[in-house]
Design a protein around this ligand. Sequence first.
Ligand code: SAM
Length: 146
Amino acid sequence: MWAAHMEACEIDGLVVAIDIEDHTEMASQRSLWDRRVRFLHGSTVDPAIVARVTDLVRDRRTMVILDSDHHADHVRAELAAYASLVTPGCYLIVQDMLTEVLLPDHGPGPITAVEEFLTGDDRFVVDRDRECLILTMCPSGWLRRL
Ligand SMILES: C[S@@+](CC[C@H](N)C(=O)[O-])C[C@H]1O[C@@H](n2cnc3c(N)ncnc32)[C@H](O)[C@@H]1O
């Protein structure tokens, strides 16, 4: 989807996607895939994956979307690994913010991790203007880098 948007908007962009599961068989047959997508098979918090992403986005205007394991410990580790890759003025979006509210048995989730992160990091602010359509999967999850 992001690759198609970039193509349509004639943005010279690249989507770096990471997942521990590989469901790319169909998508990777599209010509867009080779031009626009780099799929990294592994955990978002694996240091080798983080290093590869860091390499791929070097000198590029970069935004980050976190949408993998929504447990607070994992989101915390992702924030630590990827926040510095976000270009000032761009967003770090944390998806499914309400996981710990909607699924009480889940335990601490994105809200917990983001609140802690923002307490110790003054590079980002929550941009609630991005919630102007009211319905969102990421309330208080649009973090804009100053
Ligand atoms: C909510 S889905 C989102 C998938 C994708 N972001 C999308 O929008 O289609 C969560 C995905 O995170 C993956 N996942 C879970 N733990 C992960 C981890 N530690 N590292 C990378 N991916 C993980 C799962 O395999 C699953 O595909």
